[in-house]
Design a binder for this molecule. Structure first.
Ligand SMILES: Nc1ncnc2c1ncn2[C@@H]1O[C@H](COP(=O)(O)OP(=O)(O)O)[C@@H](O)[C@H]1O
Ligand SMILES: [Mg+2]
Length: 235
């Protein structure tokens, strides 16, 4: 089943157009990655999907609905969880308080929320160990895991990740990617934006190369990794 379908999407800032006629689908259970250099339009694409920006033309369909004109909170309620660039956690609140806030969007009762808390900290043991520490005292990689776990507290149908590797050391990045791969294996549908094309393609089913706001290439992760022009430019 196609969970996310983007058709002919264009968007920009004021007079400046950034995205041009983007087509992209994500099937239920897939991990699709959008790769491209800095400024290619990756973040703009994610912001348009999750209702933080309005497209100038085109449509976004999600889970059988037209969500093109919905705002951020409405897309969140529809089941899209967006972890933005620079992992915004509440640094002054504890790990547990952050996770609870992540669950509010789903408007579930306390019992369900506590069940989700237990399940998620079981998946991310580092968060269990630090449950009562301020989120600001966590390392960059741990904050990224927390940001992802917060998003999962809403039980989203689609998890959108914007450059989870940003500012992380290579070894830490690999650990975060291992977690993303694990979530994918457990059935979470993921749209992953990354500049680290190689590492993203290693764990993805399919990929799209974004270049100056256009789709420059698309295919299975294997096809893209073996594509000479993609290798030359991105790998
Ligand atoms: N708030 C903004 N106002 C004007 N232009 C912007 C804004 N944010 C991004 N841009 C421009 O849009 C283009 C795409 O940016 P972005 O989507 O952030 O790319 P990426 O995430 O791939 O690095 C860039 O040329 C950038 O300068
Ligand atoms: Mg970006």
């Amino acid at each position: 089943m196609t969970l996310l379908k983007i058709s002919g999407l264009s968007a920009g800032y004021g007079q400046v157009s950034v995205l041009h006629d983007i087509d992209l689908t994500v099937e239920q259970g897939e991990l699709v990655t959008v790769i491209g250099t800095n400024g290619a339009g990756k973040t703009t694409l994610l912001r348009t999907i999750s209702g933080l920006m309005k497209p100038s033309s085109g449509a976004v369909h999600f889970d059988g609905r037209d969500v093109t004109r919905l705002d951020g909170p409405a897309t969140a309620r529809a089941g899209i969880a967006h972890v933005p660039e620079n992992r915004r956690v509440f640094t002054g609140l504890s790990v547990f308080e952050n996770l609870k806030l992540g669950g509010f969007v789903a408007r579930r009762d306390r019992k369900q929320r506590d069940e989700d808390l237990t399940r998620l900290v079981g998946q991310f043991p580092i968060l269990e160990e630090r449950r009562n520490q301020a989120a600001g005292s966590l390392s960059g990689g741990e904050q990224q895991m927390l940001a992802i776990a917060m998003a999962l507290m809403a039980r989203p149908k689609l998890l959108i990740l914007d450059e989870p590797s940003l500012g992380l050391a290579p070894l830490v990045t690999q650990r975060v990617f291992d977690e993303i791969e694990r979530l994918h294996r457990e059935g979470v549908t993921i749209l992953l934006v990354e500049q680290l094309a190689n590492q993203a393609l290693q764990i993805a089913d399919r990929g799209v190369v974004l270049k100056l706001g256009h789709v420059a290439a698309l295919g299975t992760a294997r096809e893209l990794m073996n594509d000479e022009s993609v290798q030359r430019a991105y790998l």
